[in-house]
Write a protein that binds this ligand. Structure first.
Ligand code: GTP
Ligand code: MG
Length: 205
């Protein structure tokens, strides 16, 4: 992660995906859970992925790569990071929800370079019914995924291991879930090294 990252493109539907190249690590989760903030914190570049208080800020699959790589060509970087549009935004029109489900499912099913999805769960709220639906979709697509709790700065320190344990319990029968739940705060920078190590392991480095 120790070099500059750039945004290469926003993908509203499958035909706009860049050609398969670097291994991809994607970030999914409810609107406002902190996906874009976590990407920024991981790469140490605060304005890279757009963040917002308004849920539904990210509407496309947003591709980030280390600077110098254009999305084509032979000089493959070790990985690309993909910021996914959030789900579960109550005010979203039905067409948007259907488009989200289709884009995400097509991407998850069809992308051989996708190595892992990190599913972000707000540490204050735990796994909600729409998270369960997203996890079921990932299981169905047979894509390896791991849960990352976010915004742990908003809960008391002793509550963190309890939320981790509850979450691990909820996912233990899920076939494509990695059994270890990580916890992070993009605000405070906690848990980022563990997540970076997990990502390196996922891409085989
Ligand atoms: P969508 O693109 O709408 O799906 O949202 P997102 O999941 O990308 O969330 P985003 O990163 O835009 O963050 C949403 C809000 O949560 C912003 O106001 C962030 O500043 C805030 N936020 C994100 N991470 C943290 C965190 O670790 N701690 C705290 N306290 N706030 C956070
Ligand atoms: Mg976002």
């Amino acid at each position: 992660f120790g070099r500059p990252w750039i945004f290469i493109r926003g993908v509203p539907s499958m035909e706009f995906l860049p050609p398969e190249g670097p291994m991809e690590i994607a970030f999914a989760g409810r609107s406002n859970v902190g996906k874009s903030s976590l990407i920024n914190a991981l790469v140490g570049h605060h304005g890279l992925a757009r963040t917002s208080n308004t849920p539904g800020r990210t509407q496309e699959l947003n591709y980030f790569v280390p600077a110098g790589y254009t999305g084509e060509g032979k000089d493959l970087p070790p990985m690309a990071l993909v910021d996914m549009p959030g789900y579960g935004y109550a005010k979203a029109p039905k067409e948007n929800v259907d488009a989200w489900t289709k884009l995400v499912f097509d991407y998850l099913r069809g992308r051989s370079t996708l190595k892992r999805v990190y599913v972000l769960i707000d540490s204050r709220h735990g796994v909600k019914p729409n998270d369960e639906e997203a996890l079921a979709l990932l299981d169905k697509a047979a894509v390896s995924y791991q849960i990352v709790l976010t915004k742990t700065d908003k809960i008391k320190d002793p509550a963190v291991p309890r939320v981790i344990a509850e979450t691990q319990e909820k996912i233990k029968k899920r076939p494509a879930a990695f059994p270890v739940v990580l916890s992070t705060s993009s605000e405070k920078g906690t848990g980022l090294d563990d997540l970076r190590s997990a990502i390196y392991t996922a891409i085989g480095r």
